[in-house]
Design a binder for this molecule. Structure first.
Ligand code: NA7
Length: 532
């Protein structure tokens, strides 16, 4: 059994930075175990056609090292998956991280040994590690959700989930493809698959809003401007609500005239990207304000899609704009004007089963050669609960979280000493520009471990009271917004049958959250108990 100071699970953005901070700045003996055959996390697995980041490239990166920021050149406004994967490999090499990473190593179980105050970790291959600290860097969207549709095993063609895309790729040439799911992934993939395949059928359960990404290459002048303004841009991303470089507008939807409102939406649509929702301050808290934005987007889509029945099916929204994670797209709605693309509304004609020839709906069989599941993830808690984690007294995390996740700050779990969950449920995470949230968490965890060592302490654990108070605050903040009103969303866990319906990410804003975390640390880790 290998004995360590800290064991990190995962080698994506979070795991890479955690190795660097703990190993190189604190001199700890650290290993990261990674299930994939390469580093990159999300960007290793999500190789589906059209996979891109929805954050602007130059903001979707590590900020801890100015030389790294200066050294890397992004080619487009929104980077494609291979470019982000290259970046993460560059980081792994630049900071010599690979020697601390074991690839192809899936963690299956972790048990806290109370007598020794150590985590005992087991891998799929049966290797064992003991570590004082266990740090999960497993990502929020890494446990693929493959729907339980009867008959999949009888399908005569090929099927694949977008979050588990084969490294060798999938050749769509001349093929009849069925795409199930119209979240961010399906909306990115559809136009690219349609351009390559003989025919594409998009199976839509819930119509989704999408705003154009307005992607374009970046030129040298722009890159230089960003580099010059970097200190202030970095400060803004670290302190604002969402970790993005844009500043949410401070005007109310009904404080401007109808003409002004329309002009503001037009401008936001033409600028493109996630900042559309920041064009008015009340869009996510006032239903009437949200309805205005929603009506504008509906009208835009109707203006793009030529077939009126398809346009109607694409815009029969059942939730306020952005209460499900809103995609941004490159010619998604335009794709339905192609002769080789058809939308099947599976609310109207539900999928009954999968048969050898394809997907059967109440309207008949759609013959297919390839089925692409863009059906999302068991988000936030899924990646943690797929590991058999047992804390004090042998309590299993899955039992402790049977009613939903219970954490202090999304960082610590009562009953699970010395376990740190990077971007865990109850933290801003997926509602922000992820690398910024990840750095904040890893900085905090590294600071906490340094403090424990300096104080000669072996254990730290979130108290039940602190977790309950934090959980109530997370719920209260969410309930003051429109987010929990969506009929279903992965923020709520409602996309996975049987999962408790709890709004999991913290909506209070990254800047405010950072201040809370800093205060907790400054006050000797209030809400945590420590032991020698
Ligand atoms: P999402 O956003 O969870 O989208 C999944 C899509 O798959 C969504 O349209 C679902 O419809 C659909 N879905 C899920 N299960 C089924 C079944 N059983 N039958 C038919 N359709 C189904 O996942 P993505 O991968 O697109 O995006 C995840 C995040 O990655 C994204 O939000 C960004 O943060 C990056 P539903 O809406 O549930 O009716």
């Amino acid at each position: 059994m290998r004995s360590l100071d800290a064991l990190i699970i995962g080698a994506g953005f979070a795991g890479l930075y955690a190795i660097h901070l703990l190993r190189d700045r604190q001199g700890l003996d650290v290993v990261a175990l990674e299930a994939a055959s390469g580093v990159g996390g999300t960007w290793y697995w999500n190789r589906y056609p059209g996979a891109r980041c929805d954050s602007e490239s130059w903001s979707y990166c590590f900020q801890f090292d100015d030389d790294l920021v200066r050294a890397w050149q992004w080619s487009e406004r929104y980077p494609r998956q291979p470019e982000i994967l290259r970046y993460l490999n560059h980081v792994a090499d630049r900071f010599d991280l690979r020697r601390s990473i074991r690839l192809d190593t899936r963690v299956t179980a972790a048990r806290f040994d109370e007598a020794a105050s150590r985590w005992l970790v087991t891998t799929e291959a049966g290797e064992r590690y003991a570590a004082r600290f266990l740090i999960t860097a497993v990502g929020c969207l890494s446990a693929a959700n493959i729907p339980d549709i009867p008959g999949l095993e009888h399908f005569g063609g090929t099927w694949v989930h977008t979050g588990n895309w084969p490294e060798a790729g999938v050749d769509f040439t001349g093929k009849r493809v069925g795409l199930i799911g119209t979240g961010s992934t399906g909306i990115q993939a559809a136009p690219v698959i349609a351009a390559e395949a003989a025919h594409l059928t998009v199976f839509q359960r819930t119509p989704n809003y999408s705003v154009p990404a307005q992607n374009h290459p970046l030129d040298e002048t722009f890159r230089n401007r960003i580099k010059e303004a970097w200190p202030s841009l970095k400060a803004r991303m670290r302190s604002n609500t969402n970790g993005h470089p844009y500043v949410p507008a401070d005007r109310g939807t009904f404080e401007v005239s109808d003409e002004q409102r329309r002009a503001i939406y037009e401008q936001a649509w033409n600028a493109g990207g996630l900042s559309f929702r920041a064009s008015f301050r009340d869009m996510m808290v006032d239903r009437a304000a949200n309805d205005e934005a929603s009506a504008f987007i509906r009208e835009k889509i109707r203006g793009i899609v030529k077939d009126p029945a398809t346009a109607a099916a694409l815009t029969a929204f059942d939730h306020p704009f952005a209460t499900k994670r809103p995609p941004i797209d490159t010619e998604y709605f335009e794709t339905f004007n192609r002769d080789n693309v058809r939308l099947v509304d599976i609310r109207a004609t539900p999928i009954t089963r999968i048969v050898a020839e394809g997907v059967e709906t109440r309207a008949g069989v759609v013959p297919l050669d390839i089925i692409v599941f863009a059906t999302g993830f068991d988000a936030m808690t899924g990646p943690l609960l797929r590991i058999d984690i047992a804390g004090r007294g042998g309590t299993r995390l899955k039992d402790a979280w049977a009613e939903g996740p219970r954490t202090h700050l999304g960082l610590g779990v009562p009953g699970f000493p010395n376990l740190f969950t990077i971007t865990g449920p109850g933290s801003p995470s997926v509602l922000t520009n992820m690398p910024v949230a990840i750095e904040q968490h890893v900085d905090w965890i590294a600071g906490c471990i340094a403090w424990l060592r300096a104080e000669g302490l072996a254990r730290i654990e979130a108290t039940p009271d602190a977790a309950d108070t934090w959980g109530a605050h997370v719920a209260e903040v969410a309930n003051a917004t429109l987010y929990p009103t969506a009929a279903s969303s992965w923020y709520l866990g409602a996309n996975v049958p049987g999962k408790p319906r709890v709004f999991m990410p913290y909506l209070g804003g990254l800047g405010r959250y950072r201040a809370v975390c800093d205060t907790v640390a400054a006050e000797g880790y209030r809400g945590f108990t420590v032991a020698p």
